[in-house]
Write a protein that binds this ligand. Structure first.
Ligand code: IPE
Ligand code: IPE
Ligand code: MG
Length: 242
């Protein structure tokens, strides 16, 4: 059996929920004179390794940004390649049940082809009982879309007389997001050199610490994750207090 890795900081200083924007696949491939889709293949391998490593060091919640609601604007062949990669990895997830990881789709399942939509529904159902770690897969995800859907749902309940406007609390809004069973994000990581959030978990990141680095996603490995966690543990979070 593979040797268990030690967490880079004591368990009580670790972030509970890490979110990662997997960015830079296209540039990684371009630098090597390869098509962008090759970068996505390598990025998916990085995802697989990092998921296992995060599980190993005891991360409880991790969310990966795989495909945004805005990414549909990309050329058809790139979108197809990304959807096929998701099909492949959702199938493969059944070989990794030793991770005892519950998969949760963060995103609108209705945007996918029926077979892929079914794969997302099945993997969530089939891993629902796992308690070691929760992995959010953000696909067809956009924070504004998520919030809009939540507000619309609550407005409909008010209209039907099932909910009073004053009963709309921060908690109730959180309960109506894809992340309803997950705590807020503690550490948001964006590799790839850009310093922006690109519509990812806006509500859930209200008090997250941000970590940006230039490493392109396919090169982001366990050492890079350790660096981000060490930096997180070094920071003082005040949540508005003193
Ligand atoms: C991230 O890499 C993967 C997705 C957005 C699906 P990019 O494809 O955005 O790579 P760059 O940013 O163009 O290098
Ligand atoms: C964010 O990356 C989305 C994912 C990583 C899935 P993008 O490459 O799409 O974001 P922008 O265009 O740089 O804002
Ligand atoms: Mg990008």
């Amino acid at each position: 059996m593979a040797k268990k890795h030690e967490p880079p900081v004591p368990q009580d200083m670790m972030p509970k929920h890490i979110a990662i924007i997997m960015d830079g696949n296209g540039r990684w491939a371009k630098k090597r004179g390869m098509p962008r889709t090759y970068g996505h293949v390598q990025g998916a391998l990085a995802f697989r390794k990092l998921l296992r490593y995060a599980n190993d060091i005891g991360i409880k919640y991790i969310s990966f940004y795989a495909f945004s609601t805005e990414n549909w604007k990309r050329p058809d062949d790139e979108v197809h390649a990304l959807m096929d990669l998701m099909r492949k990895y959702l199938k493969e997830a059944y070989d990794h049940f030793d991770l005892r990881t519950r998969f949760v789709l963060l995103g609108d399942e209705d945007g996918f082809e029926p077979d892929l939509r079914k794969q997302f529904i099945d993997i969530q159902k089939d891993t629902d009982g796992f308690e070691k770690m929760t992995a959010g897969i953000a696909a067809n995800y956009g924070s504004r879309h998520e919030l809009t859907c939540a507000f619309r749902k609550l407005a409909e309940q008010v209209q039907r007389g099932e909910l009073a406007p004053e009963d709309i609390t921060e908690d109730l809004i959180s309960q109506n997001l894809y992340t309803k069973d997950m705590p807020d994000v503690d550490l948001m990581i964006r590799p790839g050199g850009e310093q922006r959030i690109s519509n990812f978990l806006l509500w859930q990141c209200a008090y997250a610490e941000f970590y940006f680095c230039d490493t392109l996603w396919p090169d982001f490995d366990s050492k890079e994750l350790d660096k981000a966690i060490v930096e997180f543990a070094r920071r003082t979070r005040r949540f508005g207090g003193l």
